[in-house]
Ligand binder design. Structure first.
Ligand SMILES: Cc1cc2nc3c(=O)[nH]c(=O)nc-3n(C[C@H](O)[C@H](O)[C@H](O)COP(=O)(O)OP(=O)(O)OC[C@H]3O[C@@H](n4cnc5c(N)ncnc54)[C@H](O)[C@@H]3O)c2cc1C
Length: 391
């Protein structure tokens, strides 16, 4: 996106891709279908440890509706909404079409694509940069846009080396961590529920304070937990060591209380299993110290409280996370205050521009990360070209 907009604004642009093909991460995105954008978004869908006002300003430079129109109108790539989730996919439901269309648009705009060209070192001169390849080949440019991504799924080419390049050019790198990542558990009984997906109301809690919450499906896996609820909540656990509490099916005590009262003669397992997957219901009863055939009407106060805690505030026993190998994005990175938010130009190194996941911004699942990459990429490309042509 940065290359397209730089070329559209009259710059002579070379796109250097270190991997054997461009946009490999696009190819694996959205389960191979590429969830290109969300239908709606707000600033609350994004995370940064930097200024939210800066983020707001950046998002105003290319509004979601304009990006949604850009693909069908300017790139002839129609999008389709997945009704259940509100996610936008290419109508063809193939990520490859997105990658090919973007690459074609770059070439049509006059971009020279050099692939593979892995940059192993960058030298800064008064009049620009020299980008060096391992084989000794190098290329000189006046302005440089660093769009090397984060370090999640490193075999796609974004292996974190870009952070080292940025550091050499004077940037600070905030500690990086896997975000939007499945979590692991050593709880064997919960692991045995692998494959089960349950809607949950989740809360990330630290020191009795709720940091974030949502209502999404949770998937039990052989290693622990995944699914949209876990991916979106994971960074609170990985970065802030928060606890995750879930309400199964998002039912509260106020939902369960009258429900159980209306079934006083029924056995607990039957009553719970009418609302929850049976294996989960049985496990929650066992953990509450209750017999499956105990009648709903025979619960005493203490046992009811334990049961309600397990039903509505179940603390997920989390051990760790699955790491960068499977994380969808990288948290941390180059702090927002080290760029000029009007131009995406580095405040540390003139004529260097930064965009995408390398910066300390990421979105939740649902197309928000491409939205960020597109917004920051377009602005970086446009402004890099403008500053170049002004000289
Ligand atoms: C499995 C998975 C699924 C995802 N699904 C979605 C989704 O459906 N929707 C969504 O919005 N987001 C999704 N994401 C996140 C999204 O793909 C990224 O946030 C986005 O691609 C970031 O864009 P970027 O251009 O900043 O970096 P990247 O897409 O990572 O691109 C960086 C490029 O720089 C190249 N590079 C790195 N170092 C060098 C170097 N030294 N020299 C030359 N080239 C270099 C890399 O090879 C790479 O091609 C997913 C991520 C993963 C891992």
């Amino acid at each position: 996106m940065a290359a397209i907009w730089a070329a559209r604004h009259g710059a002579q642009v070379s796109l250097l891709e270190g991997s054997t093909q461009c946009g490999r991460k696009i190819l694996i995105s959205g389960g191979g279908r590429c969830n290109l954008l969300p239908t709606n978004s707000s600033i609350h869908d994004f995370y940064t440890s930097g200024s939210r006002n800066v983020l707001k300003r950046l998002f105003r430079t290319w509004r979601l509706e304009q990006i949604q129109n850009f693909f069908p109108q300017e790139l002839n790539l129609p999008l389709e909404e997945e009704e259940a989730t509100g996610k936008l996919f290419p109508q063809a439901q193939k990520a490859k079409i997105v990658r090919d269309t973007l690459l074609e648009a770059a070439v049509q705009a006059g971009v020279q694509v050099l692939c593979p060209f892995r940059v192993v070192a960058i030298e800064k001169f008064d009049d620009g940069f020299s980008l060096h390849q391992e084989e000794g080949k190098s290329l000189h440019c006046h302005s440089l846009i660093l769009a090397t991504g984060g370090m999640s799924v490193p075999q796609t080419g974004s292996d974190g080396f870009g952070y080292r390049l940025a550091k050499k050019l004077g940037h600070k790198i905030l500690p990086t961590y896997p975000a939007l990542v499945p979590l692991t558990s050593q709880d064997k009984e919960l692991q045995q529920l692998a494959g089960l997906s349950v809607e949950v109301g989740w809360r990330a809690v630290k020191n009795n304070k709720t940091l974030d919450q949502g209502v999404q499906p949770l998937l039990f896996t052989h290693q622990g937990f995944s699914g949209p609820a876990i991916l979106d909540a994971s960074h609170w656990v990985v970065r802030d060591k928060a606890e995750l509490l879930v309400a199964w099916e998002n039912y509260s005590t106020e939902d369960w209380e009258p429900y159980l009262k209306s079934r006083v003669r029924q056995g607990l397992l039957k009553a719970l299993a009418d609302q929850l997957p049976r294996r989960l219901a049985a496990l929650l009863l066992a953990r509450s110290g209750l017999r499956e055939d105990m009648r709903c009407g025979n619960l005493d106060r203490g046992k009811t409280q334990t049961l309600f805690r397990n039903l509505c505030d179940f603390p997920l026993p989390i051990h760790s996370n699955r790491g960068f190998a499977v994380a969808e994005v990288t948290g941390g990175g180059i702090p927002l205050h080290e760029i000029n938010p009007s131009t995406m130009e580095s405040r540390k190194c003139p004529n260097l521009f930064l965009c995408g996941e390398i910066l300390d911004v990421f979105g939740r699942i649902g197309g928000y990360n491409f939205q960020w990459a597109f917004i920051s990429g377009r602005l970086a490309g446009e402004q890099a070209a403008k500053s170049l042509l002004e000289h």
